[in-house]
Design a protein around this ligand. Structure first.
Ligand code: NAP
Ligand code: MG
Length: 515
């Protein structure tokens, strides 16, 4: 039996040696900037005329790399290749498949800082944020490997003396993996390897802002010896190549993480039977969030304020779990707001290449424009307490922004901003706070800060989110510890990093033999 799963520890950056090693990894990565990355279809490296240019959002004059850009013809080749390979891969026993994941995890562990450094440069993650992303990617592979081994065992069924009955979880077929850019390694790796360890083959279409991190991970899979064609790497436009793949009759399932609108569109397209299609496509769609932190009258206010700031501004608020609404009991509202404002003003924003910066840029120009539009709306809907402007124009910097006295129904209280913006609203009492917390169409994460046991129990049943936390930040779910996924317009609640996740990539077959 393999050793019990344990989460990969985070790097301690107070340790000088660790810092030096990370600095060295950054230098190694910087020597590799500007390279080209080909498609990988069936192990074949394919160049394309058109390229995706990946920029450093902290310094937009710096090119991270150029990824090949697939068109529909190449997408067709990728899906045909995956379909062919499936016939072989599905016959590989579950524990053998799991071993590829353990091997890939071991390689990634050795190259840990290098991968984190790529994320500092390509996604604008601070060192600790990038480090956590890499650790989570390792966790996903270690965890899903073990889950598949369990799922591969004979399942317990009720016995009757006259028959031998067995239920086994067999793979589905070809999956389309469409991850977001905000966890360019962890989410991409988790979605891809879960599908593969369950016996499926996939076409991986990475997010267009972070194709290089995904290309680097393909190198790890190759090094781990995963057979060519099991994972086919096909960067390209979501609306062109992504939709083509989703609609394809050979597509058996789609595993998507990203925005609400794209998730809904994929769900709709996948529901329509294509010519020659023999199954109902399965869609797993994890989508946006509009996450609240509730602060009760008797909470530790200093601690609550600290956690609001961390949850709202870590990685510039670009997490589906980020806190974008602070709902505070009216008796302590001013005090919490003051504390949050003070802590926010103290945050250092800049090029995360440098360890000292807590917060970097947002991902690209369109994210920047969208967030600035929401900030303009916020100025009409609430009182600007701090921030509210763009930062240094060498990158996509936006000041961490706090709005106060915002109506719970206001636009910036309802729509996902996906940037460093948090809005405060007062609540009359705890019931009122929960009522506000539940008033969006989303339901991903939430936190409650309180010392009142009755309020904890009330929120436990009434606060309708997939991941509910007490006296803790609303970000930072750990694999195996906090299975992750949301309700309502936050998606299909697939609970990534949880014991049920692999079931989404399998179908159960029952065989019964009369004895
Ligand atoms: P996005 O714009 O929806 O893109 C996600 C992926 O979908 C990208 O690979 C994108 O490709 C692709 N895509 C875009 N349009 C498509 C289409 N019409 N058909 C098929 N694929 C298409 O989301 P994002 O900006 O990358 O990520 C941020 C969003 O993800 C936020 O809403 C956040 O809340 C959500 N998120 C949710 C979770 C969760 O677990 N619930 C976790 C992380 C992030 P291109 O890059 O080429 O456009
Ligand atoms: Mg970029």
């Amino acid at each position: 039996m393999v050793v019990t799963f344990q989460n990969e520890p985070f790097t301690d950056f107070t340790n000088e040696t660790n810092k030096q090693e990370f600095e060295q990894a950054l230098q190694t990565v910087e020597q590799q900037l500007g390279r080209e990355y080909e498609l990988n279809i069936g192990g074949e490296k394919i160049y394309t005329q058109k390229k995706i240019t990946s920029l450093n959002p902290s310094r937009t004059s710096e090119v991270i790399g150029y990824a090949a850009r697939a068109d529909q013809k190449l997408a067709e080749l990728a899906i045909q290749t995956a379909a062919e390979k499936f016939e072989e891969w599905k016959a590989v026993p579950p524990d053998h498949r799991a071993r590829y994941l353990y091997k890939a995890a071991a390689i990634l562990r050795r190259k840990r800082h290098e991968f984190s450094a790529w994320m500092v440069k390509e996604a604008g993650k601070s060192w600790p944020e990038a480090d956590a992303d890499t650790a989570e990617a390792i966790d996903f592979m270690e965890y899903y490997g073990r889950q598949m081994e369990k799922l591969g065992e004979r399942q317990p069924l009720t016995r009757i003396p006259t028959e031998d009955n067995e239920m086994s979880y067999i793979p589905l077929g070809v999956g389309i993996i469409i991850p977001p850019w905000n966890f360019p390694l962890a989410i991409m790796v988790g979605m891809t390897t879960a599908a593969v360890v369950a016996g499926n083959t996939v076409v991986l279409k990475p997010a267009s802002t972070t194709p290089v991190v995904a290309a680097k991970f393909m190198e790890i899979l190759e090094e781990a010896g995963i057979p060519p064609g099991v994972v086919n790497y096909v960067p390209g436009s979501g609306s062109e190549v992504g939709e083509y793949l989703v609609k394809h009759p050979l597509t058996r399932f789609i595993s998507f993480t990203g925005s609400r609108d794209v998730g809904l569109r994929i769900n709709e397209l996948a529901a329509k039977r294509a010519e020659g299609q023999k199954w109902i496509k399965r869609v797993t769609a994890e989508m946006g969030g509009k996450d609240s932190i509730v602060v009760d009258r008797d909470a530790d206010l200093e601690f609550a304020a600290h956690n609001i700031v961390i949850s709202a501004f870590g990685f510039s608020g670009q997490k589906c779990s980020a806190c974008s609404r602070a709902i505070v009991h009216q008796d302590v509202y001013d005090e919490v707001l003051d504390k949050v404002a003070e802590k926010t003003r103290a945050l250092k924003v800049g090029d995360v290449r440098d360890f000292q910066y807590f917060m970097g840029p947002v991902i690209d120009q369109s994210a920047f424009d969208k967030i600035m539009r929401y900030i303009a709306i916020g100025k009409t809907e609430g009182k600007l307490v701090t921030g509210g402007s763009r930062g240094d124009d060498s990158g996509y910097y936006i000041q961490p922004t706090v709005f106060a006295d915002v109506d719970p129904e206001a636009v910036i209280m309802q729509e996902e901003i996906f940037g460093p913006v948090v809005a405060f609203t007062p609540a009359r009492d705890f019931d009122h706070a929960l009522e506000i917390a539940n008033n969006t169409e989303y339901g991903l994460t939430g936190s409650v800060f309180t010392r009142n046991r009755a309020h904890i129990e009330k929120a436990r049943t009434e606060f309708h989110v997939g991941n509910l936390y007490f006296n803790r930040k609303c970000t930072g779910a750990l694999v195996g510890v906090h299975p992750f996924g949301g309700f309502n317009m936050s998606g299909t609640d697939s609970k990534a990093g949880g014991p049920d996740y692999l079931l989404l990539f399998t179908q159960a077959k029952l065989t019964s033999e009369l004895l």
